[in-house]
Design a binder for this molecule. Structure first.
Ligand code: PEP
Length: 257
């Protein structure tokens, strides 16, 4: 397997969550595509499934990549409401978020299911962006490391040597959509733990982008992205504003990889 470590770029992925509309998407993606020219990091938008087709057309000819916010663990069959990895691939998706804390919290998704979803994505040639992160209660109880390691261990266990093909997003649950960001030092500390865990699992760990997510914005992106083990960002709220999202992309393009 060829080692891509040398040319690894930071990745900025927008998570639109359940936001958007035909008109708003059109304006947002056109502005991102225009502003993205010359950027030297990877950039993607993870859109609600019904808008994949629209954004697939809008991004044509651009380096902007497309992603989904979830994927079924199953390949096909009687799973009403589910969307398979192959279906996402049909619409040009390169990424699929799996295990976002909102899915763990509101849809009861556990570590084993998240690991199976990552496996389904990988089997279809889609990079799963595996989200891990502790709640405030877990952080205050000093359990951050234990929680994120357990969440990532499940994905490593299920995916074996393919683990070097995933991306990871460390998203402290208390920082998502709250305006509270982990300090760069706090984030780096957890990223280093995740990096070490990946290193123990694969000789190609350096190719895995470990993103930070949780109220990353135009103002704080540069300092977060300057940390040695922060390889990009998963951006919620700020990805819905083209100017803010593009500023984060500029910060990632200038940060040392
Ligand atoms: C997210 O939902 O993945 C996220 C990081 O959200 P926000 O940037 O709004 O905190």
């Amino acid at each position: 397997m060829q080692d891509r470590t040398q040319d690894k770029k930071k990745l900025i992925a927008g998570n639109w969550k359940m936001n958007g509309g035909i008109e708003a998407n059109d304006a947002l993606v056109r502005a991102i595509v225009t502003g993205l020219r010359g950027a030297s990091c990877l950039a993607a938008v993870c859109v609600p499934a019904p808008y994949l087709a629209q954004v697939q057309v809008l991004r044509q000819g651009s380096t902007l990549e497309l992603g989904a916010q979830d994927v079924s663990a199953h390949a096909q069959g009687a799973y009403t409401g589910e969307v398979s990895a192959r279906m996402l691939k049909d619409f040009g998706a390169r990424y699929a978020i799996v295990g976002h804390s909102e899915r763990r919290q509101y849809h009861g998704e556990g570590d084993a299911l998240v690991a199976d979803k990552a496996k389904a994505a990988l089997a279809a040639g889609i990079t799963p962006i595996v989200c891990v992160g502790e709640t405030l209660t877990e952080r205050e109880a000093g359990r951050t490391e234990e929680v994120v390691k357990r969440q990532l261990a499940a994905v490593i266990h299920t995916n074996g040597h393919c683990i070097s093909e995933i991306a990871v997003a460390y998203e402290p649950v208390w920082a998502i959509g709250s305006g509270k960001t982990a300090t760069p030092e706090m984030a780096q500390q957890v990223h280093a733990v995740l990096r070490a865990q990946l290193k123990a699992a694969t000789a190609h760990s350096a190719r895995v982008n470990i993103l930070y997510g949780g109220s990353m914005n135009a103002g704080n992106a540069a300092t977060l992205l300057a940390q040695p083990d922060i390889d990009g960002g998963l951006i919620g709220g700020a990805s819905l504003n083209a100017a803010d999202f593009l500023q984060i992309i500029v910060a990632a393009s200038h940060a040392v990889a």
